[in-house]
Design a protein around this ligand. Structure first.
Ligand code: PLP
Length: 413
């Protein structure tokens, strides 16, 4: 069995008990399961096996070097969202030809960097960005492959903050403007439209909108090909959701079944950019109780040493994460709000939870925090970025040491 599960009273990761890891490394601490990352990567790869596809793992979900390297050794390519992520991808061993570069506000420096490297494709967001890439490429005497990120105006039926495919969202080129942009791009010598791209949102659990977006993309590709644009690939983005609360969600197989019949008729190779699907269930944030505060109404506040600086998803998206003790304690159950230590009322990890006899020093895990967890951590309140541990082949090793105050202050003059 892989991932995070209970063996008797103890929570384990790939069979390795978590409490001793937390005791050795301190908390807050991120722990990842290598076996889960591998299994979830392979599940997607196998689900699409009957069709030409490339997986470009979305580094934005979690780009800790050791994890990026692990994905590379599994056969993944990379989707980078900034110059920094391109750099991390290279340091993790990805070749430029294995990297696509997405991002709604790419700077001149980032574009220069991507053009200079000769990455697989830049997923472009606007006519203005195409002009800027063309100018950079022309000055270097090269031709850059671009994919047009299309905004299909489709509601992904997910949380508004992670919905990216509506007209009112800042992302992509409005569907109806695409033909005009293609016409203006055709004579440019520095860019070649090699693909079309969509990404309509994240944590999508209703596959209908993904199918509809793919259909729109295939239709547009056909039309553009007819008019002479040599489309080579379709990039269908990421977005497949995971179950944070145990309720059923579509599998990798369901995802492939929703996309393949639509893209197959195009005959074009596809790029997939999964992030959360691979990484969320592969990580847990370990944290320790620092205070227990009984309230008049019988509820308690269980105050943890981790909060919005380590995992901001509950505060930013009202996201639910299971919070479980590393060792089950027998005793009376109490109703609790599980909160962080930060000076913010919104710093609540879980509301109205049932906790068994919480005591100062108890260790807990905030589960399914492998994606959009550590990468969104901050130094608010002068808190230090947590350490990270990878459990692989029955052993736990530190893959990122805990930040120190000296690390933080080294930047200040
Ligand atoms: C362009 C793009 N591709 C891929 C992803 C990964 O999405 P997810 O983690 O939901 O699979 C994102 C994240 O929002 C994205 O913006």
């Amino acid at each position: 069995m892989t991932g995070f599960y209970r063996r008797d009273a103890s929570l384990v990761c790939d069979g390795v008990p978590l409490a001793p890891i937390a005791e050795a490394q301190g908390t807050p601490l991120y722990v990842y399961s290598a076996a889960t990352i591998a299994a979830r990567y392979r599940a997607i790869d196998e689900a699409f096996a009957t069709y030409p596809h490339t997986i470009h793992y979305a580094l934005k979900a979690n780009s800790t070097l050791a994890l990026a390297r692990l994905l590379r050794t599994l056969g993944s390519n990379a989707d980078a969202n900034s110059g920094g992520e391109i750099d991390v991808a290279l340091r993790a061993g990805f070749l430029p030809s294995q990297i696509v570069f997405t991002g709604v506000g790419k700077t001149r420096d980032e574009l220069e960097y991507a053009v200079g490297l000769g990455i697989k494709a830049i997923n472009v967001e606007s006519g203005g960005e195409i002009e800027r890439i063309d100018a950079i490429a022309a000055s270097r005497g090269v031709r850059v492959k671009i994919a047009l990120r299309i905004n299909p105006d489709i509601d992904a039926r997910t949380h508004a903050h992670i919905s990216t495919g509506r007209k009112s969202n800042k992302f992509g080129i409005a569907f109806d403007r695409t033909r005009e942009i293609v016409r203006r791009t055709a004579p440019r010598r520095g860019v070649q439209i090699a693909g079309l791209h969509i990404h309509i949102g994240s944590q999508i659990t209703d596959l209908g909108p993904l199918t509809a977006a793919a259909r729109a993309l295939v239709g547009l590709a056909r039309e553009l090909q007819h008019e002479g644009t040599a489309i080579e690939h379709l990039d269908v983005g990421g977005g497949l959701g995971v179950s944070y609360d145990g309720s059923p969600v579509p599998s990798a197989g369901d995802y492939a079944a929703a996309l393949l019949p639509v893209v197959r008729e195009s005959g074009l190779a596809i790029i997939l950019e999964p992030g959360r699907q691979i990484m969320a269930p592969a990580g847990a944030l370990l944290t320790q109780v620092v205070d227990v505060k009984p309230q008049d109404d019988g509820k308690v506040f269980v105050v943890m040493d981790a909060g919005m600086t380590e995992i901001i998803r509950p505060m930013l998206y009202n996201a639910f994460h299971r919070i479980e003790p590393l060792v089950v304690r027998e005793g009376e159950s109490v109703a609790a709000d599980i909160v962080g230590p930060l000076c913010e009322t919104s710093d609540t990890l879980g509301r109205d939870r049932t906790v068994s006899a919480p005591q100062v020093g108890d260790l807990y895990a905030v589960l399914d925090t492998g994606a959009y967890g550590s990468v969104m951590a901050s130094n608010y309140n002068r808190r230090l970025l947590p350490a990270e541990v990878l459990v692989e082949d029955g052993a736990a090793r530190v893959i990122r040491r805990r930040q120190t105050l000296d690390d933080l202050l080294a930047l200040e003059l």
